[in-house]
Structures are given as structure tokens and as C-alpha cells.
Design a protein around this ligand. Structure first.
Ligand code: SF4
Length: 351
């Protein structure tokens, strides 16, 4: 595969990507973390922004988590931000401020799996490490004509064997980037462009449409629907009540509007009043319900959320303490916190 891929990569690869122009282990690791669950187009501005705010391992390690989450805000998968923060602290504390040079130590860093470790080791240190990110996985699955669930344990083992076998010695770095680019440009998840693909001569799936569609079919699923009612409570000075989400679960560690009901949109005024009363009494607040906004939608990776925002007047002083996870912030300060993107958009519209 390398013989077919590398000449194509030299001609058609995405050489302009900023992380392709550096050998800095920190910048390369950061790019790999961002690209784990995010498309290149979306990751690009975050890569620049995070590097500008935290240019070195030490800067990221010593930054408050809130400052990291604020720069990550809108990108989703916030466990990555928390893991990246902890990983930077470990790199500074245990590895002298350099990405570890052996696979086992690299994989001991939070958020660094086998493929991420391999990608950084190959690109930063020139090691012959094979990757198996989503693009490489799809290309290998199709070219080898595999069947069944791509993420099954048996296929996972087979794919890692193929990845190790196909990755050339001495040019693993270029090959890894080439297979990623091929997956993005030709071997796309939907409607792959086989006629223009350099791997076509040795691809089993290209000649057999039933194999070609298999990867897409096994991965496509309708996202289940969930519902929620959020609370937008403001005091007389216009400050807004925010709640820090638990570390695990959606929007983990970010500041959000309190979730008044995590299972339904409270369209019934009586139900709304009762839910608000329960919430106020649990948090020691005085709240008066106002209007309910129209339903909004937000797509998560595994489900679609339909939610409505209940406006309320906050009639008591909120004293920030670590236990309640509640703060009351003016809009400008709130926008400086790590907020989920729909909450950020909502607050931006307020003032
Ligand atoms: S020929 Fe088609 S299925 Fe095979 S690797 Fe290329 S784009 Fe993917």
C-alpha cells in the first residue's frame, strides 16, 4: 500500500495543515487530541487558539482547568480537555516536559490511546509506529475486504495486524499522514471516490459494492431523542445563574444553565411551577417563573437533545460555594467561562 499511497500523498496530501509543518511534540500531541473526535475543518481554529494561549506543555499544565475549558468551549467531548490538562501535568512532572518516547509511557497519559501514541511517536520522533485512527481503520477495512462489525474484537485485532504490516519502516510518519488523507479525500465514510483512488488496484471493496457499503451501514444509526428543560434565572442586576456540570456525563466540567428536568420539556405550567419550586428549595433559592422559550435542538454524538429554556427571576443572593456548584455571573464574565456551545449562543443573545 505504501508504494501506491506515498507518491499520491506527495502530490495530493494536505501538506498545508499547520500540524504538518512542525515537529514539536507538544503541538503534534495537541493536534492528535483535537482530531480524535473532530473533523479537521472544525479543529483548525481551536488548534491555533489553544497553541496561542498555551504554547508549551508547561503553559497548559499550569493553567487553571477553567481557562482550558473556556478555550475548548464549543468543541465538544470535554473529557478530552480535562484529560489533556492532566496529561500535560504528567508530562511536565514525570517526563521532563517532553512527550514520552516509549509507547507504554505515552499510553499511560490520560486521553492517549494506542493510535494517538503511535501518531505522535512517528511524527515527533520518527519512530516506525502504525496508527489506526478512524480514517486508517476505514481504508484498511475496505481494502482488505473485511466483513462484520468494524469495531468487533476480531476485526480490531485484524486491523491492527494489517496496520503494522502495511506501515513501511523509515517512512511511517509520511505513510500515517497519507492514509489519513486518503480516508478524508477518497475513502470517505459515505460515497467513497473509488475511481480517483490510488489504492483501487489492490482494494477488495472497490470491485464489490456489497463490501463497500458495509462499513457505512454498520456505523449508521439514528440518534435517539432526549428531552430536557433548562433554567435561565437572572437576578435584578441581570446576572445569570450557572451550574458546574459533574465531571462525567454530557458537558462534563463545563458551566451550564441548571437542568430543571433532564427527561422532558415542561410544557405544562403547573408541572413547571412544581419543578421550579423543588429546584429552588433544594438549592435554597427564591425563583419566580416567567416564560418558556420555544424548543431548540442540539446534536450530540450519540443522541439528539430537544430542550426548552424556562426564564425565571432570581430573588435571592447566590453565594458561590464549592458544594452547590452554583454561581451568579454577569453575562460578560459568564462568557469567559467554559460553556457548552448552545449555552454560549444563548447567553450571547441575551445582552
Ligand atoms: S478504492 Fe474505494 S474503497 Fe478502496 S480504498 Fe479507495 S476509496 Fe476506499
Amino acid at each position: 500500500m505504501a508504494e501506491l499511497l506515498l507518491p499520491w500523498y506527495r502530490r495530493c496530501g494536505r501538506h498545508d495543515l499547520p500540524w504538518r509543518k512542525t515537529q514539536d511534540d507538544y503541538a503534534l500531541w495537541l493536534a492528535e487530541i483535537l482530531l480524535q473526535q473532530t473533523q479537521v475543518r472544525t479543529a483548525l481554529p481551536y488548534y491555533g487558539r489553544l497553541l496561542a494561549h498555551f504554547p508549551r506543555w508547561q503553559d497548559l499544565a499550569s493553567a487553571p482547568l477553567d481557562a482550558v475549558l473556556a478555550q475548548w468551549s464549543g468543541l465538544g467531548y470535554y473529557a478530552r480537555a480535562r484529560n489533556a490538562h492532566r496529561a500535560a501535568q504528567m508530562v511536565v512532572r514525570d517526563h521532563g516536559g517532553r512527550f514520552p518516547k516509549d509507547r507504554a509511557s505515552a499510553m499511560a497519559l490520560p486521553g492517549v490511546g494506542r493510535s494517538t501514541a503511535a501518531a505522535v511517536l512517528a511524527s515527533a520522533y520518527g519512530q516506525d509506529e502504525a496508527i489506526l485512527d478512524a480514517n486508517a481503520r476505514r481504508v484498511l477495512f475496505r481494502t482488505a475486504g473485511l466483513v462484520g462489525e468494524p469495531r468487533s474484537a476480531a476485526n480490531d485485532r485484524r486491523l491492527w495486524q494489517l496496520a503494522a504490516m502495511e506501515t513501511p519502516r523509515g517512512t511511517a510518519h509520511d505513510y500515517n499522514q497519507a492514509i489519513q488523507d486518503l480516508g478524508a479525500i477518497h475513502c470517505r465514510s459515505r460515497r467513497p471516490d473509488c475511481p480517483g483512488c490510488p489504492l483501487r488496484p489492490r482494494c477488495r471493496a472497490a470491485a464489490r459494492p456489497e463490501l463497500l457499503n458495509r462499513y457505512e451501514q454498520t456505523h449508521r444509526s439514528d440518534r435517539p431523542q432526549r428531552y430536557a428543560t433548562l433554567l435561565l434565572a437572572r437576578d435584578a442586576a441581570g446576572r445569570v445563574l450557572l451550574h458546574r456540570r459533574p465531571e462525567h456525563g454530557i458537558w462534563g466540567g463545563l458551566w451550564s444553565l441548571p437542568i430543571l428536568d433532564a427527561s422532558q420539556i415542561l410544557t405544562d405550567p403547573d408541572q413547571r411551577a412544581q419543578a421550579l419550586e423543588r429546584y429552588a428549595s433544594a438549592c435554597g433559592l427564591r425563583l419566580k417563573a416567567q416564560s418558556l422559550d420555544p424548543v431548540r435542538r442540539h446534536l450530540f454524538s450519540h443522541f439528539q437533545l430537544e430542550y426548552a429554556v424556562l426564564h425565571a427571576q432570581l430573588r435571592a443572593e447566590v453565594v458561590a460555594d464549592g458544594d452547590s456548584g452554583l454561581v451568579c455571573q454577569d453575562i460578560g464574565s459568564a462568557l469567559g467561562l467554559g460553556l457548552p456551545s448552545p449555552i454560549r449562543r444563548l447567553l450571547e443573545q441575551l445582552d
